[in-house]
Write a protein that binds this ligand. Structure first.
Ligand code: HAM
Length: 415
């Protein structure tokens, strides 16, 4: 688990702001679920998945409740729906940390952040298209150009079940040739064997049955509508019949966004799909759902690699240098901050030289200098710290107007 310091922390906040702007423009409202839930909320996500069976941070609390730090937020959103019953369709977005006990490496952490959306209450394939398009729009708002989209459908639960059985029998027939890892996966979840990247598994995976042969008429029609919708928006995608995703609750549409520059094991920037059935599993009425989550940490790595969406620069407007002992700085800094300026100051009654050094280091636009002469005359000195170091004495009463004129003369940072 990592600390995030400035300026990276500012980049994180901006990332979430850009996401909020994109999804709130489409009618999504934020939910802030707790980090900790009853373990039962997540067990439903899929006992057969690594996320639930191996990677959860769970423990018994002081009240003997078995709880877990959330490994993802879809299940929390569905639990919240069952509890609060908002009007349908319920369009919601979220952000925040999740916890999975994975082997840490570049792009894979035990605490990682996501932004995501979920919609409960409609099976309209037009919504699948909207959701996928919003993720696409967000990546392009960040400036990423090498993101690719993979799309699949897992069919209805019954299609998925029949397909899983067919896979199990195919892989069991070829058991001797499968890698030991895939043999272990087969016991738990035959679908996940399709995900194997081991060369010895490739021929058997290539020869495996394909899901298309198992779609019901409804599943096939839904998938066609999603593909047609994406095409009508000009969003390029690849059909990947092997895209199964790591969580058990998916049915119908599934999708993943991949970064063009990251290692293939960690290149999924985000993914999602339909999970009609999850609300029911959590004790609510049958309610269709769909959404995605995008990994903040990984997406920022992709931004680094593509040289886009750097840390925002938010320079200070002024840095107060006070040679009277510090009392003037208290008042000046406070009143300037109250007028909306970003202002820092020097502490510890240092020498003028040392305070000016701090002012230079701060990146502020101007130093506001005050000593006993200025106090007596009702003036301050402002020194331009950027362009040539010009200095002038002005009446203290004109300080805010001067600063305002200076800060409107510089290019505005959009953050
Ligand atoms: P997920 O595929 O498990 O889906 O996670 C989504 C994204 O979170 C991944 O593509 C990745 O970018 C990021 N992520 C996952 N694990 C880690 C990790 N250990 N370190 C860094 N980043 C990570 C879900 O979580 C589903 N809840 C998505 C969803 C929403 N499906 C429907 N609605």
């Amino acid at each position: 688990m990592r600390d995030v310091l400035a300026p990276e922390s500012m980049r994180w906040r901006r990332f979430v702001q850009v996401f909020a702007d994109v999804v709130e423009a489409a009618g999504y409202e934020q939910i802030i679920p707790p980090l900790l839930e009853d373990i039962g909320v997540f067990s439903r996500v899929g006992e057969a998945t690594d996320v639930v069976s191996k990677e959860m941070y769970d423990f018994v609390d002081k009240g003997e409740r078995h709880v877990a730090l959330r490994p993802e937020q879809t299940a929390s959103v569905c639990r919240a729906f069952v509890q609060h019953r908002p009007n349908l369709p319920w369009k919601t977005w979220y952000t925040g940390p999740n916890f999975r006990y994975e082997k840490p490496q570049r792009g894979r952490y035990r605490q990682f952040d996501q932004v995501g959306i979920e919609v409960l209450g409609t099976t309209d394939p037009g919504l699948d298209v909207e959701i996928i398009a919003l993720g696409w729009r967000f990546f392009s708002a960040l400036g990423l150009q090498q993101v690719t989209l993979r799309l699949n459908s897992l069919g209805e639960p019954d299609d998925r079940r029949r397909y899983t059985d067919a896979l199990r029998s195919h892989f069991t027939t070829n058991l001797g040739d499968l890698s030991p890892e895939s043999r272990a996966t087969l016991d738990r979840n035959p679908l996940r064997v399709l995900d194997s990247k081991r060369p010895e598994d490739a021929p058997i995976v290539d020869a495996a049955p394909v899901i298309d042969d198992f779609y019901s008429a409804e599943a096939a029609t839904h998938f066609d509508a999603v593909r047609a919708g994406l095409t009508s928006l000009g969003i390029p995608f690849t059909r990947d019949a092997r895209l199964v995703r790591g969580l058990d609750y998916y049915r119908f549409t599934t999708f993943e966004y991949a970064g063009g520059t990251l290692d293939s094991a960690q290149n999924a920037l985000g993914g999602g799909g339909r999970y009609d059935g999850l609300v029911e599993d959590l004790g609510g009425p049958p309610t269709p759902g769909i959404g995605f989550a995008l990994g903040l940490d990984r997406t920022l790595l992709a931004c680094d690699d593509e040289g886009v969406f750097g840390a925002p620069v938010r320079p200070l407007d002024a840095f107060v240098v006070d040679t009277t002992g510090g009392g003037e700085a208290i008042v000046l800094a406070d009143s300037l901050r109250g007028s909306g300026f970003r202002v820092d100051r020097a502490y510890d009654n240092r020498s003028m030289k040392s305070q000016m050094k701090a002012a230079d280091r701060s990146g502020a636009r101007v130093a506001v200098i005050i000593g006993s002469d200025e106090v007596a005359a009702g003036t301050v000195v402002i020194r331009d710290l950027r362009d040539g170091g010009d200095q002038m004495v002005i009446p203290r009463a004109e300080l805010t107007d001067r600063l305002r004129a200076l800060s409107s003369a510089q290019p505005k940072d959009p953050s």
